[in-house]
Design a protein around this ligand. Structure first.
Ligand SMILES: Nc1ncnc2c1ncn2[C@@H]1O[C@H](COP(=O)(O)OP(=O)(O)O)[C@@H](O)[C@H]1O
Ligand SMILES: [Mg+2]
Length: 233
């Protein structure tokens, strides 16, 4: 589905991604872990075309996309739940969702299906985006990305700043999307949540992938957990 192959990405002269390779198989969830500032968001930005790589290739469903502008990448079927959310505060929940709607027979997300997945958003349909709680805003951001009918969803720290209860809710949503067969690449700081849902795990340090394996491989690897994730064993 997605193959990120040895990409190098920069901010100006700053060489941030130094040969990153990451894959997402169809219908599976890959997770990127790592401390702050290691290049996780830059990897997401490189895929969606905000910070295109200067070297390396990104293939999505057989197309090379590393040189495409982000609107084309989105049209090809990649949706983004950005870090820090970004709902439209002066639009209602319903308006936030419908503005993202894209005609597509492929997967067919509709307002009704979004409300089925997020009953809370249905209750809040007429509320302004800016008046939602952090958890509700995260639901709305995920719902909005789904309304574009993506084949691959990129999620950048969806649990950031949420209460434990809402983190559990986000985990449930992600599990439900997996059941639907959606392919996903998720960045997370909440390691235990990430390992519950991941099919494959990448750990990044200083712009490089320093570990990849199954969630069980990582759970058994005390050295990686300690060195790169700051976990005591
Ligand atoms: N817009 C930017 N301009 C310059 N440097 C940036 C910018 N965004 C991020 N960086 C730097 O790139 C590195 C990787 O950042 P980022 O990908 O956001 O890390 P992560 O998501 O893993 O916390 C950091 O050193 C950060 O300071
Ligand atoms: Mg980040």
């Amino acid at each position: 589905m997605l193959q990120v192959d040895n990409i190098h990405s920069y901010y100006g002269d700053s060489h941030v991604l130094q040969g990153v390779s990451v894959n997402v198989k169809k219908g599976s969830l890959s997770v990127l872990l790592g401390r702050n500032g290691m290049g996780k968001t830059t990897t997401i930005r490189s895929i969606i075309g905000f910070t295109p790589p200067r070297q390396g290739k990104i293939r999505f469903q057989g197309n090379e996309i590393q040189k495409l502008p982000s609107y084309r990448v989105a049209q090809l079927g990649i949706g983004l739940v950005p870090q820090g959310r970004g709902v439209f505060p002066n639009l209602t929940v319903k308006e936030n969702l419908t503005i993202a709607a894209r005609n597509s027979s492929r997967r067919g997300w509709t307002l009704d299906r979004i409300y089925e997945l997020f009953p809370r958003l249905k209750e809040r349909a007429s509320s302004m985006g800016g008046n939602l709680s952090g958890g509700e805003q995260q639901m709305l951001t995920i719902g909005r990305a789904l309304m574009t009918n993506p084949d691959l969803l990129l999620l950048d720290e969806p649990s950031e700043g949420l209460s434990p209860l809402m983190v559990q809710e986000v985990e449930n949503i992600i599990s439900a999307l997996k059941q639907e067969g959606l392919s996903m690449l998720m960045v997370e700081q909440n390691i235990s949540m990430a390992l519950h849902v991941a099919d494959w795990v990448y750990v990044m340090c200083k712009g490089e992938v320093v570990f990849d394996g199954s969630p069980d491989d990582l759970k058994r690897n005390d050295a990686v957990k300690h060195k790169y994730l700051g976990m005591s064993s």
